[in-house]
Design a protein around this ligand. Structure first.
Ligand SMILES: NC(=O)c1ccc[n+]([C@@H]2O[C@H](COP(=O)([O-])OP(=O)(O)OC[C@H]3O[C@@H](n4cnc5c(N)ncnc54)[C@H](O)[C@@H]3O)[C@@H](O)[C@H]2O)c1
Length: 266
């Protein structure tokens, strides 16, 4: 992915914006002349982080569907437009050896439904802006499930599938939707396992490396692509294997009915 610069004066929303990736991305975008609205759970600490970054803060719990819409309306009212929505808020599970269904549902609510609600909220504004981008922070766990965290793996795998499913219908409006799939990166989310990486000498990404991929996904991401980000590799699109097509009675490859394709692909 090359990374042309987003147009100065553009407006971007980052959910989970006061976390590790959110802070790195906010700093990069602000340096490019982008107005960045930092959305995160309401706390003194999070408001202070946004102030320190020089970015306006909006309180948002991404699991609140109506609140996602209200935040986008507020951004349009205060900044005139929305050009990019970085749906980045997320948590990991912590019960490594047992299936804790309450925790599973909580992770899916934030990491998957938060993305669905954020997309629903952003799309009308992106259309009004004449096009734009939704960049979803999924994870490598969405492509290669983690045996220690089924809720996270399902949520991130679901986010990747959501991005791939949504992309074709948005291209006619000039809107791209992409997923970023980082391996382990040095942010608070890996605090509980950081020591294990250090002991094993396992390389982890910096938040800046991931933020670079997020910027590139906005400006030059291929709609529907899932970009793997790994130490020493940079951002590369994951090559999904096709599935075998159905065969007709005469042995020919069956063509999917038009009604099952978005209008742009008929
Ligand atoms: N760091 C990694 O190793 C890694 C790897 C792959 C993917 N990710 C994903 O990257 C994204 C950002 O994580 P990070 O690494 O910066 O971790 P982080 O913990 O520093 O940041 C996550 C942010 O999400 C916010 N958040 C949590 N629940 C929320 C909710 N309900 N509503 C709004 N905001 C909420 C948190 O307050 C926090 O600011 C997450 O989606 C995470 O799953 C992280």
């Amino acid at each position: 992915m090359t990374s042309p610069t987003p147009a100065p004066g553009s407006v971007a929303l980052i959910t989970g914006g006061t976390g590790g990736f959110g802070r790195a991305l906010t700093a990069k975008l602000r340096a490019l002349g982008i107005t960045v609205v930092v959305a995160d759970l309401d706390s003194e600490r999070n408001r202070q982080v946004a102030t320190d970054l020089g970015a306006p803060f909006v309180a948002l719990d991404v699991t609140d569907r109506a609140a996602n819409k209200a935040v986008v309306e507020q951004i349009e009212a205060e900044h005139g437009r929305l050009d990019a929505a970085f749906l980045n808020a997320g948590i990991a599970g912590s019960s490594r050896d047992t299936l804790d269904v309450d925790e599973f549902l909580r992770v899916v609510d934030i990491d998957l439904f938060g993305v669905v609600y954020g997309t629903e909220a952003a799309l009308p504004a992106l259309r009004r802006a004449g096009g734009g981008a939704v960049v979803v922070t999924a994870s490598l766990a969405g492509l290669s499930p983690m045996s220690t965290d089924p809720g996270y793996s399902v949520a991130k795998g679901g986010a990747v599938a959501f991005v791939r499913s949504m992309a074709p219908r948005l291209t006619a409006d000039g809107i791209s939707i992409t997923a970023i799939c980082p391996g382990f990166a040095d942010t608070a989310i890996i605090d509980p396992i950081r020591e294990e990486f250090e002991k094993a000498g396992f390389p982890v990404l910096t938040a800046e490396e991931v933020a670079d991929a997020m910027v590139a996904a906005w400006t030059s991401g291929e709609p529907g692509a899932a970009y793997i980000v790994q130490p020493g590799i940079g951002a590369v699109p994951y090559r999904f294997k096709g599935v075998p097509s159905a065969k007709t009675a005469s042995g020919e490859t069956a063509v999917v009915p038009d009604a099952l394709r978005p209008p742009s692909m008929r």
